[in-house]
Design a protein around this ligand. Sequence first.
Ligand code: SF4
Length: 296
Amino acid sequence: MIFKSLQYEEPLFRPPGEGRSAIIQATTGCSWNNCAFCEMYTSKNFRVRSLEELKPEIKLLADHYRSFVKKVFIADGDAFVLSSDRLISLLYEINKQFGRLQRISCYAMPKQILNKTEDDLKKLKDLGLKLLYIGIETGDDDLLAMVNKGETFSSTLEGIQKAHNAGIDTSIMIINGLGGKLYSKQHALNSAEIINRINPKFLSTLTLSLPLGTGHFKNRFRGEYVQQTVVELFEELKTFIDNLNVNRVIYRSNHVSNNLPLEGVLSRDKKIILKQIEEAVKTTPKHLMPTSSSIL
Ligand code: SF4
């Protein structure tokens, strides 16, 4: 019933960890919408929804879920592109309607954090924006350019450190297989390096999914793409995890795109996770190719 009254523009995505959150769609689509591997928002135009448009939906969601929903997720693809003033007004309204919340979160790009002042980031955190989901995808500068991510190792590192300095936690996503066979090693090693420097609260790995086929991806990828077998993807993941040296990072590979679900606290469970990957390498047919998921 309530969903009929909400003006969600589909498709609507949220991270696995926000499955029990109220979702407020403050923007539609992604303001960047240019990453070579991403089909999430290619069917939508980016649009900012006004606070006046959102107010009745926030009230409706709060009236239904106030007593048991503790988290709010602000959609769509990069709602952190909103100006600090817009975000502050939105957070005021969410807090006014919901009352006490555990946290508010959204997707962000590092350059959008760099565009905001330290004072504004602290204000946003004080208003409950305690977690940013950031798909950095890789720490490798060559690959970041090849997939047209619009970020570099430095901008990613600086942006995320700025959020952390303001007290905002991050949940970081890396894409296993992003560069195919040819760039696999540099992708794994440079991704481990940036994660070691960031030390995020949460880390997850997804696997490259090509719902529109490898040909479509190859046309958009600014390098030479040679698809990996499932075993090669596991080996890349093993190199990445093996080179991580972090403090208490909660790791998950529970996305539908993954061939091997893994989870643990990296400083404690790294050896167990590596053993699970080694076992998967041993028991998976050597020439098995990944199947495409329709999620990305
Ligand atoms: S990966 Fe993120 S930033 Fe890139 S196009 Fe998709 S939603 Fe936008």
